[in-house]
Design a protein around this ligand. Structure first.
Ligand SMILES: NC(=O)c1ccc[n+]([C@@H]2O[C@H](COP(=O)([O-])OP(=O)(O)OC[C@H]3O[C@@H](n4cnc5c(N)ncnc54)[C@H](OP(=O)(O)O)[C@@H]3O)[C@@H](O)[C@H]2O)c1
Length: 335
């Protein structure tokens, strides 16, 4: 019997923001399962900002562009339904990158087995996965926080940002978050932020950050780039640490158009600025991080923020909404 997979494909490359019409659902016939390979029925999918970078024709990120008309990838959780590998058995739960489709198939080495019994599997797409680890590496390993210091987090109502805010409070920091709109500002307060900035309201971002942090900031987790990074530079205290996880404000522009006014403060304030890819350079610490994060969740110190939608059909709308600010926390799609 021929196995089939329904997968979302990129049908046209967006020039600016991705819209639902840029995607099409196709059915693909899968080859027979190779020796050492497994087939997985997906249970949970997610969408993330890095997907936009892969929608451009040229390589702009650390992952290759999506091919038009071919299945797109992304993080997913699935259950093994067939296995030709000694390391995985039918019924195992796995995390992998054959996302945005109903079935995934490939070498067993591309699938990480999840512990059973253990945390609900969807946690591995959020707090215990790439999202949580990106926030943790940026704040703990690069930010090197000291209790009482001031942390600024852009994209504060998003997946990484909402995680960084809560970890910052767990570590005894004064935390300022920024997000678009008053409702998201209230959410940042509920997450524990000491001050919230609405970057979409009138007025300069530098003035808003100066009002929230009159004595400046010690650590900046940059999820947004552009004007947010420039404002953070303007308010950086001596020896501040900047962890740059990504720059969503530039992903839908073919060329960055932001003008930076405060780069000289990297020198005068002796700021340490570091971009990072946690799953490239920091994999050794993932196990320890998961233990720490799960103990925070079990103790009620940390509450994963996520928005759940249902069904494979909602994928293109979820991608459109992600860039329009339509989610809080991590978007999760339940199949
Ligand atoms: N280095 C890594 O390995 C790694 C891993 C994961 C994520 N990342 C990066 O971390 C950042 C956050 O990722 P995430 O998954 O947590 O996404 P996210 O922050 O949940 O992204 C969606 C949010 O971004 C905000 N946004 C969209 N366009 C914006 C703009 N032009 N200016 C300011 N905010 C804008 C919107 O919130 P508002 O409503 O507040 O505008 C939206 O809700 C991204 O830059 C991503 O690429 C890096």
């Amino acid at each position: 019997m021929v196995m089939k997979t329904r997968a979302w494909t990129l049908s046209a490359r967006p020039e600016r923001l991705p819209l639902r019409d840029h995607f099409a659902l196709h059915e693909f016939a899968d080859p027979p399962l190779d020796e050492g390979a497994v087939r997985v029925r997906n249970l949970w999918l997610t969408v993330g900002p890095a997907m936009r970078v892969r929608m451009s024709a040229e390589t702009r990120g650390y992952l290759p562009p999506y091919d038009l008309g071919m299945p797109m990838g992304g993080w997913a959780i699935g259950e093994v339904v067939a296995s030709n590998a000694a390391t995985l058995s039918q019924g195992d739960l796995v995390i992998h990158q054959y996302g945005l489709r109903d079935f995934g198939q490939g070498p067993a080495s591309a699938f990480e087995k999840l512990p059973r019994p253990g945390p609900a599997p969807e946690h591995y797409l959020n707090a215990l996965g790439s999202t949580g680890y990106t926030a943790y590496v940026g704040l703990v390993e690069i930010g090197k926080p000291q209790p009482g210091e001031t942390l600024f987090v852009s994209g504060g109502a998003g997946a990484v940002g909402s995680t960084a805010i809560q970890i910052g409070k767990a570590l005894g920091l004064r935390v300022i978050g920024s997000a678009g709109g008053a409702a998201k500002g209230r959410l940042l307060r509920e997450l524990g932020a000491d001050a919230a900035i609405d970057y979409k309201s009138s007025g300069s971002l530098v003035d808003k950050l100066a009002a929230a942090a009159p004595e400046g900031i010690d650590i900046y987790i940059d999820n947004v780039g552009g004007a947010h990074l420039d404002a953070a530079l303007a308010l950086a205290r001596p020896h501040a640490r900047f962890a740059l996880s990504g720059m969503i404000s530039s992903y839908s522009q073919e060329r960055a158009s932001d003008t930076m006014h405060n780069l000289n403060r990297i020198v005068t304030q002796r700021i340490r600025v570091q971009g990072y890819l946690p799953f490239t350079d920091h994999l050794d610490g993932l196990g320890h991080f998961r233990d720490q994060m799960w103990s925070w969740i079990e103790a009620g110190t940390f509450t994963p923020l996520q928005t759940v939608r249902d069904g494979l059909d909602c994928v293109p709308q979820a991608i459109e909404d992600l860039f329009a600010g339509g989610f809080t926390g991590k978007p999760l799609i339940r199949l």
